[in-house]
Design a protein around this ligand. Structure first.
Ligand code: HEC
Ligand code: HEC
Ligand code: HEC
Length: 483
């Protein structure tokens, strides 16, 4: 157990270290960088009138040249025909430059280039929404002004000082994602090793669970529908989301092809996002209704997905089982990982759904909220989405498909039924309880036609394959995710 904890801790430190270290802050002007040098920097020009402004961008010191009407007057090697990026290396690290056809001059229009803090610059904060942004974002209001076009890596020291909201939102999300990975990656590895060992040990024992075929209903029709819709939405969102995230690469371009280009993919992403949010809202109503409609104590009862002390004990016992120290825990209706997955999706949807809605229409959002909310929303959305994909494609698929005792696919959630023998192995306490209450008989159902079973199986496996494809593509084409 101790060794497990050590692996956990060192992996967490390694992960966070990598996160902090990898993308260095690419400064536009190397050698002009010391924020404590009063010749180069003046204190922030920002006056915060409320807390919302105090956590937004612009808190850090400001480069002196920012206030000049010709920022390049002292720059010896500057002449107008020179390519901006030859000196402002890193300034192309922004969504607008990388994903649209914009060039620097589209936003930094004045000649000579005026500093951002100088009112003659088109991109001066107070009027940039109408002089720059509104050219493309029709109806852009003043709120748009505080959107940070040239975002620094959100976990950098620069962002911590200049834009606390983005820094802390990102760091919290990274901690959340990091601890889920760092817990589950070694966990599933040990688990796989344990099951493979067990599998080879028992390979001569005849597999009895196939033919006898007493089927017990495990999921209701509406639960199965919910899960299938969730899959379709999740996959459509993953494909289009990854496509947009990787649009600069051949992988991203291949993924957007079926949607007729990036705009089509983003559009499909929005539609499926809305469908998923609607389905989720319906699910919450269903949840509340079933919680109200039943007897007291049902929330902590064995049919409920609510975590109880028993589940924490089951985690502990399962860990001990992994190392061969204890018996496998006896599960009732739900195992702890099923409960975990349910709530992981639940909270994930809350996070991804809210930030997704905020990004749905940036003009509408920024008419109510400051523009920098868009920077925060995009980062939170992105990290949560990567976490969700990694968790589903690695951990969830491991549990329900890759590991020997589920291989090639546990299709219970699709046809709604499970073989009695399998349930007696996986959820013995539930079978026992149903027997005692005399409810087992009413749950026994007929085998669905072979063709239906085949279709379910094919669908499930196709989704597993698609998930793996995305995962591999994301790793092979690893891009600078700070875009
Ligand atoms: C020869 C290198 C060079 C080229 C080419 C160049 N710049 Fe600069 N630019 C600088 C340097 C150096 C500074 C910082 C000056 C200072 O700190 O006093 C600067 C400052 C700026 C600033 C103000 C920075 C701030 O903090 O407000 C803006 C805006 C800017 N450049 C935009 C551009 C654009 C747009 C182009 C292309 C048309 C361009 N630059 C081309 C070297 C260059
Ligand atoms: C979509 C409009 C837009 C485009 C395109 C754009 N900028 Fe900017 N730029 C801004 C805005 C707005 C600011 C104010 C600070 C911010 O939002 O990041 C800014 C700030 C700057 C600054 C001041 C330092 C900083 O990062 O805050 C420099 C230097 C700069 N831009 C250079 C460039 C160069 C070089 C390019 C081309 C690669 C470019 N910009 C493209 C809108 C744009
Ligand atoms: C030349 C056209 C053009 C200009 C000028 C422009 N944008 Fe954009 N902007 C786009 C395009 C294209 C997209 C990406 C497509 C989309 O998300 O709708 C985009 C996306 C955005 C987004 C959504 C980003 C996200 O995370 O989804 C925001 C916010 C935004 N722009 C803010 C601004 C601000 C602030 C300015 C002014 C400083 C500005 N834009 C100027 C074309 C432009």
């Amino acid at each position: 157990m101790l060794i497990f904890f050590r692996i956990y801790l060192s992996a967490l430190i390694l992960f966070l270290g990598m996160m902090m270290a990898s993308p260095t802050v690419v400064s536009a002007d190397k050698g002009f960088d010391d924020p404590n040098n009063p010749e180069l920097f003046i204190p922030s020009q920002k006056t915060n009138s409320n807390w919302l402004e105090a956590i937004g961008p612009g808190q850090g010191p400001v480069r002196r040249s920012s206030t000049k009407s010709d920022v390049h007057e002292d720059v010896a090697s500057f002449y107008h025909a020179r390519y901006c990026l030859s000196c402002h290396e890193g300034q192309q690290n922004n969504l607008h430059y990388a994903r649209t056809e914009l060039i620097c001059r589209d936003c930094h229009v004045s000649k000579p280039v005026a500093g951002i803090q100088n009112p003659i610059a088109a991109a001066y904060e107070d009027h940039r929404h109408e002089k720059v942004c509104a050219k493309c974002h029709e109806g852009a209001g003043a709120g748009m002004g505080s959107y940070v076009v040239h975002e620094r890596p959100p976990w950098s020291e620069y962002t911590r000082n200049d834009f606390p909201a983005l820094y802390w939102a990102t760091v919290l999300m990274l901690l959340l994602a990091g601890s889920v990975f760092v817990f589950f990656m070694p966990y599933t590895t040990v688990w796989a090793w344990r099951e493979i060992k067990h599998h080879f040990h028992n390979r001569h024992v005849k597999n009895t669970s196939s033919a006898s075929g007493t089927l017990v209903e495990r999921f209701t029709r509406s639960e199965r529908w919910m899960h299938t819709i969730l899959i379709i939405c999740f996959m459509a969102l993953s494909v289009t989301g990854v496509a947009w995230m990787y649009i600069e690469t051949a992988f991203g371009k291949a993924l957007v092809a079926p949607f007729g280009g990036a705009d089509g993919a983003v559009w499909v992403h929005r539609v499926f996002g809305l469908i998923l949010i609607t389905v989720f809202a319906i699910h919450i109503v269903y949840m509340i209704r079933s919680a109200l409609g039943r007897k007291k104590g049902h929330l902590t009862g064995p049919d409920s997905l609510v975590w109880t002390w028993r589940d924490f004990k089951a985690v502990h016992q399962h860990m001990a089982w992994l190392f061969g120290r204890r018996q496998h825990p006896v599960f009732d209706r739900w195992s702890w990982w099923q409960k975990f997955d349910y709530w992981a999706v639940w909270w994930g949807l809350v996070i991804v759904g809210t930030t997704g809605l905020l990004m749905f229409d940036s003009v509408v959002t920024t008419s109510v909220l400051p523009g920098w909310i868009m920077n925060v929303a995009r980062w939170v959305h992105k990290i949560e989405a990567i976490l969700a994909m990694a968790h589903i494609f690695v951990v969830h698929f491991f549990i329900e498909s890759y590991r020997p005792s589920a291989f090639p696919l546990n299709a219970h959630i699709f046809h709604g039924a499970a073989e009695l023998e399998a349930l007696e192995k996986e959820h013995p306490a539930w079978v026992e309880r149903m027997r005692e209450e005399g409810k087992l008989e009413e749950r026994i159902i007929k085998q669905p036609p072979k063709a239906v079973q085949f279709a379910f199986f094919g669908f499930g496996l196709a989704m597993v394959a698609l998930g793996l494809l995305l995962l591999v593509g994301m790793m092979v084409y690893a891009v600078d995710l700070s875009l």
